[in-house]
Design a binder for this molecule. Structure first.
Ligand SMILES: N[C@@H](CCC(=O)N[C@@H](CS)C(=O)NCC(=O)O)C(=O)O
Length: 211
């Protein structure tokens, strides 16, 4: 049985959506961030970065949220959550999952934890700069979503789960994803899905804004 080390609304949320969608039994193990449990000796033995999430599958231990989503999708091909090699949508899929984790997620990290990136005490400057950068990225995604139900092709992929997680993180921005027309209808549609509803229930996130 899959075992996901998680903390509500953290980078474990996307793998949690994927696990829920797979409709298989899985175990959730809370890594208590409030007690800094991600830096405990036991957890560091699994994830030397001391970051959440980690997935265990038998003898396999895998870290990095996007890698876990890919792993789950590829190991459950019937879910069609990852386009197969040779699928015409595969290149675009790879491009976007990398963009979401490498670019948008990375910029959000600087926004949320500016103190980790600069020694200066004036964090407001970096937060303001990140607001602009991140808004530009959401504008780009909004454009891509014009007339589309899913980010890639006509089917749900892990990119949509990932995007939903990053949208939840971005809801405190001055121009949040729900302020963009295409993104708003896309996210509100995703918010009707069973796995999104169930994970948000478990992670105590209200979906009221997405109705
Ligand atoms: N690139 C990693 C980032 C994971 C990450 O930064 N997780 C945060 C929670 S969202 C964390 O564990 N922070 C605790 C810490 O840095 O001590 C991934 O996508 O899995």
């Amino acid at each position: 049985m899959y075992k996901l080390y998680y903390y509500p609304l953290n980078a474990s949320m996307a793998p949690h959506f994927v696990l829920e969608q797979l409709n298989q039994e899985y175990e959730l193990v809370l890594v208590d961030r409030k007690a800094n449990a991600q830096k405990s000796k036991e957890y560091l033995a699994l994830n030397p970065n001391g970051r959440i999430p980690t997935l265990i599958d038998g003898d396999t231990v895998i870290c990095e949220s996007a890698a876990i989503c890919l792993y789950l999708g590829e190991n459950n091909p019937e879910s069609k959550l990852v386009p197969n090699i040779g699928d015409p949508d595969r290149a675009e899929f790879l491009q976007w999952i990398m963009y979401l984790t490498n670019s948008l997620q990375a910029e959000l990290m600087v926004y949320f934890y500016p103190e980790k990136y600069i020694t200066d005490e004036n964090n407001e400057v970096i937060i303001a700069a990140q607001e602009i950068r991140i808004s530009e990225m959401w504008a780009l995604i909004d454009k891509k979503l014009a007339g589309k139900e899913f980010l890639i092709g006509d089917d749900m992929t892990i990119c949509d789960h990932y995007l939903f997680m990053l949208a939840v993180w971005s809801d405190e921005l001055k121009e949040p994803p729900l302020a963009f027309n295409n993104l708003s209808s896309y996210l509100c549609n995703l918010a009707k899905r069973d796995e999104i509803i169930e994970v948000c229930r478990k992670e105590n996130l209200s979906l009221t804004d997405y109705r």
